[in-house]
Design a protein around this ligand. Sequence first.
Ligand SMILES: [Zn+2]
Length: 297
Amino acid sequence: MRGHSLTGIAKMAPRPLAVRPPERSLTIPVPERLQEKRGRTMDQLQSRLMSLPLELRQMIYRSVVGDSTMHMILKENKLGHLRCKAPSAIQCPLGFNGRTLSRECCWGTVDSANIWAPRRGNVVEPTDGDILPLLQTCRQIYSESINYLYSTNTFSFSDLDCLRYFSTTPRFSLIQTLDIEWCLSWPIYDPFAQHLLLSNPALFPPHDEATWEETWRIVAAMPHLAFVRVSLLYFDGFRDPRCEGRMLAPLWGVTRPKRFEVHVSWSGDEVEGAPFQLIRPVVQEVGEGEDEDGEQW
Ligand SMILES: [Zn+2]
């Protein structure tokens, strides 16, 4: 629309497309004096970091970008990550914020679509985990350190869509430790309960069965996965053990991790022969240290 004016209707008419000469370059020609520098990696001889042996540099990279827990979050149109404030993912306390599981000490709050919101008032928390400054320093540092980011951190998810989106990043396959919290807020794999919902389809992504199965196909295909910890919350528990069995079925495909724990919030039978360890809540028996009303004495 360049050059048109509102003074004449003829000028508003579509213009024929210009024919581009085949030899014409799509980019602005780089001035000759800059051509040598363009696309080159500058040597880092003056850098004290680069004068260290590679092994020492690798230790530094790992301590800056690795060996931590990254809580992955959904933001408007993109993903972010918050570095866990607890010493390890296992020590990061789980909480329930009224809609889904959340780690209140780290995650802050989310809206109804699980989009992250900065915590309290005017405090804006960085969502790059404080690792970007090092990675953006230069190409050599980036290429030497980027793999530590993926291979030595625990990646923690509280949203299945977030995990699915993140799985498209090029180095996702390097991840070795995965932590997933998920709230089963709708009657997944329970046709009878879904029928009562009267909506069509009964469940919507990411709470539907297709998203659940796709998530576990992604996890099953992660080649370097060594430890997976899953925490599932379901207020009502499963009405029928067969429904629970159908929900757990996609997890049987995840066979690579050396350690695979599935913590659930409801009681039920033991599951034998699975590649995961199903950990149910401890039910305290009445009688030991309590009277008939469950009061401790
Ligand atoms: Zn945390």
